[in-house]
Design a protein around this ligand. Structure first.
Ligand code: 5AD
Ligand code: SF4
Length: 459
C-alpha cells in the first residue's frame, strides 16, 4: 500500500504511463483522451512499458483474434511487472475498451494481476479508480456499468496532438448486424450535442489541427441536438464545421449505407473541405447474405447510393469492409461479392474472415463455414482488392495532390503524409514542415503507398 501511495501521491511528477492501443480509430481517440486525463494528473508518457508505472491496454473485441492477442500480450506485461517488482518498483496494469465489456470475468480469471478494468464508456473514472488502488494494493477493480452519464461531460478538454485529429461525435450502434459485437460492447447509439462537437472542433483547430475525422460506430446516424434543442443530422454538423476558419479538411467514418441521406450526399457536392474519400462498408455482395447479416441495404440500394454520391462529386473514391465466410455463404454468394467489387471499384478496402462472437445471433447459425474455405475466399477477394488499389495508386502518378504531412517517414529526411484519398505518401521534406499541407507531384506508387516531390513550399 505504501508504495502505491508513493506512486500516486508523493512523487506525482515522476509517474509515467504507457498506453497500448488495439483496434479501431475510436480506440485511438479514447487512448488520446485517457492520455489527457493522466497528463492532467501530472503524469508523463513513458517510451516503453518497462519504464511505466501505469500500463494501460485499450482493447478491441471485434474479432476473436483481437481478444486472444490481448491475453498473450497481458502475459508479457505481467513479466515486466514482476521484473519491476524485483527492482522495487510497483506497476499498475489497467485494461480498458471493448474486451472489458464482454469478457470482464475472463480478465479477472486469466489475468488476475490486472489492477483495473473499465469499459469504453466509463474510462473517465480512471482518476477515481487510481485513487482507490492507491488505498488498496492488489485489488482488481472491474467497472463495466453502462452508465447513463456521458463520458464527454467528465473528460478534460481535448487538444490537438498533430495536424490530424479524431473527434468522436457518436457512439454505440442500434443496427445489430448479426455478426457484430459492437452493440453489446459500446451500447446503444448516442450522439453528442452539436454545440459540444463544435466547441471541441474549434479547440482542436486552435491547438494546431488542420484535419478533423469525425468518428462514430455509425457516424451518419448522428442526430445530436442543436442549441435550440432541435435534432440535427450529420449533414448539418458538417456544414457547421466547414465554417470553422483554419480547419482545412473534414472526414467522417464509419458510415452505414442505409443511413446516407440526400443532405449528406449534397455535402459531398458543396463542401470543399470534405475530402473525396468515403468508407462505406458493403460487407457482402449477396442479397441473401446481407439479409442474414441483418444489413438494411441490398446490392441495388448500395449501387444507387454510390451512383448518387459519384454524381454529387465525380472525384469520390470509395473504400469498404468485407466479411467472407459468413454462415451459409455459398460459392455463388461469394461470387456476388466479387461482382460488386468489380462494379464499384474500390480504392482501398478491409476484408476479414467471419469470426464467431459469442452472444451474437450468427455465432449459433447452422452452416458455419470451414476455415480453409474462408481462407481461400479471403485470398481471392484480397487479390482483387489489391489490384484495384494498385491501379488507383498507379493512376495517381503525375498528379499534383495536396498532402498533409503528419510525421517523420521511415527513411531519413523523409516525411509521411496523407493525400485527400487517405493514401500514405512519403516525400523528402524538411521536418519543420510537419503539420503543413503542401502540393506534391506523385512520382511513384505501390498498392500501399505513394512517393512524390513537393512542387512548391507554401502555406
Ligand atoms: N467477423 C469478422 N469481421 C467482423 N467485423 C465485425 N464483426 C466481425 C466478425 N464477427 C468487421 C466488419 C466491420 C469491421 C469493423 O469489422 O466488416 O465493418
Ligand atoms: Fe457492428 Fe453493424 Fe453496428 Fe457496424 S453497423 S457497428 S457492423 S452492428
Amino acid at each position: 500500500m505504501r508504495l502505491f501511495n508513493i506512486i500516486l501521491k508523493d512523487i506525482r511528477d515522476k509517474v509515467k504511463y504507457y498506453i497500448k492501443t488495439f483496434g479501431c480509430q475510436m480506440n485511438v481517440y479514447d487512448s488520446q483522451r485517457i492520455a489527457h486525463i493522466l497528463q492532467n494528473m501530472g503524469h508523463t508518457a513513458a517510451d516503453a512499458p518497462a519504464d511505466a508505472d501505469i500500463i494501460i491496454f485499450n482493447t478491441c473485441h471485434i474479432r476473436e483474434k483481437a481478444a486472444e492477442k490481448l491475453f498473450s500480450d497481458l502475459g508479457r506485461i505481467n513479466l515486466i511487472k514482476e521484473e519491476r517488482q524485483a527492482a522495487g518498483k510497483e506497476t499498475i496494469i489497467g485494461v480498458v475498451g471493448c474486451v472489458v465489456q464482454a469478457e470482464d470475468e475472463q480478465i479477472a480469471k486469466r489475468a488476475p494481476f490486472v489492477n483495473f478494468a473499465t469499459g469504453p464508456l466509463t474510462y473517465y473514472r480512471i482518476p477515481e479508480i487510481l485513487g482507490k488502488i492507491a488505498q488498496q494494493k492488489n485489488i482488481c477493480l472491474i467497472d463495466t456499468e453502462f452508465t447513463s452519464e456521458s463520458k464527454f461531460d467528465h473528460l478534460p478538454q481535448n487538444r490537438a496532438e498533430g495536424g490530424c485529429s479524431y473527434l468522436a461525435i457518436q457512439e454505440g450502434c442500434n443496427n445489430f448486424c448479426t455478426y457484430c459485437i459492437v452493440p453489446y460492447t459500446r451500447g446503444v447509439e448516442t450522439s453528442r450535442p452539436v454545440e459540444e462537437v463544435l466547441k471541441e472542433a474549434r479547440r482542436l483547430v486552435e491547438t494546431g489541427t488542420l484535419e478533423i475525422n469525425l468518428l462514430g460506430q455509425n457516424v451518419n446516424a448522428y442526430h445530436g441536438e442543436d442549441a435550440a434543442g432541435r435534432e440535427r443530422d450529420l449533414a448539418h454538423l458538417l456544414r457547421r464545421l466547414a465554417e470553422i476558419d483554419g480547419l482545412q479538411r473534414l472526414r467522417y467514418t464509419t458510415s452505414y449505407p442505409a443511413d446516407v441521406n440526400d443532405d449528406l450526399i449534397a455535402c459531398h457536392r458543396d463542401l470543399k473541405k470534405l475530402m473525396p474519400y468515403l468508407h462505406l462498408p458493403l460487407q457482402s455482395g449477396s442479397d441473401r447474405i446481407l439479409k442474414a447479416m441483418n444489413r438494411r441495404h441490398n446490392r441495388g440500394q448500395y449501387l444507387e447510393i454510390i451512383a448518387k454520391l459519384r454524381d454529387a462529386n465525380p472525384e469520390l473514391g470509395f473504400s469498404s469492409d468485407f466479411i467472407v465466410g459468413f454462415p451459409g455463404e455459398t460459392d455463388q454468394d461469394f461470387e456476388a461479392t466479387l461482382d460488386m467489387v468489380e462494379q464499384v471499384g474500390y480504392i482501398q478496402a478491409f476484408s476479414f474472415k467471419y469470426s464467431r462472437r459469442a452472444g451474437t445471433p450468427a455465432a449459433v447459425y447452422p452452416d458455419q463455414i470451414d476455415e480453409k474455405v474462408k481462407s481461400e475466399r479471403l485470398n481471392i477477394l484480397q487479390e482483387k482488392l489489391f489490384s484495384q488499389q494498385l491501379n488507383f495508386n498507379k493512376g495517381c502518378i503525375g498528379r499534383i495532390m495536396p498532402v498533409l504531412f503528419e510525421s517523420k517517414g521511415r527513411k531519413k529526411g523523409q516525411l509521411f503524409g496523407r493525400t485527400p484519398y487517405m493514401q500514405n505518401l512519403h516525400a523528402r521534406v524538411p521536418a519543420e514542415l510537419i503539420n503543413r499541407i503542401l502540393p506534391v507531384r506523385v512520382t511513384d506508387a505501390t498498392a500501399n503507398s505513394l512517393g512524390g516531390t513537393v512542387i512548391q513550399q507554401s502555406d
